[in-house]
Design a protein around this ligand. Sequence first.
Ligand SMILES: [Zn+2]
Length: 168
Amino acid sequence: MAARPIVIYGDPVLREKAEPVIEIDRETKNLVRDMITTLQEASGLGLAAPQVGVSRRIFIADLSALDLAESMRVFINPEILETSGEVVLEEGCLSFPGIYQKISRPEHVKVRATDLEGNLFELEVSGMLARVILHEFDHLEGKLFIDYLSTVSRALMKSKLKKLSAAS
Ligand SMILES: [Zn+2]
């Protein structure tokens, strides 16, 4: 189990639609374990496989730093079944170090996914976990949080984004 380098904005893998996981084999398990180590070392709330350069439909979410009742959750081949409400929250992304923006997203989400043991599960959540799930799911579609910004906000961030993509 080793942390993998986090892909920074500008890398084309972040814009790819990720491939479904066919089998939870050793390679998948190793990937997820490495993602968990990577997320913990980065002190992030969520991480999607494309962020470590692997275009697979896997993400993890860990809210244990914010909520003691929470633990690391693994989502393989996730599907968003329902969303409702709307809430504006400040978001960051490990692929955009130093950038935080207020983004509007649904407040509640119902998601179906497979866990690392191969069990299908459904989860209906709101609040920060819903936010992380929607953000990470977007990564599997090649969508990034800056896509939700207004043209004005994006223009204001242009030089910051340029710096990130030049360094990657
Ligand atoms: Zn992200």
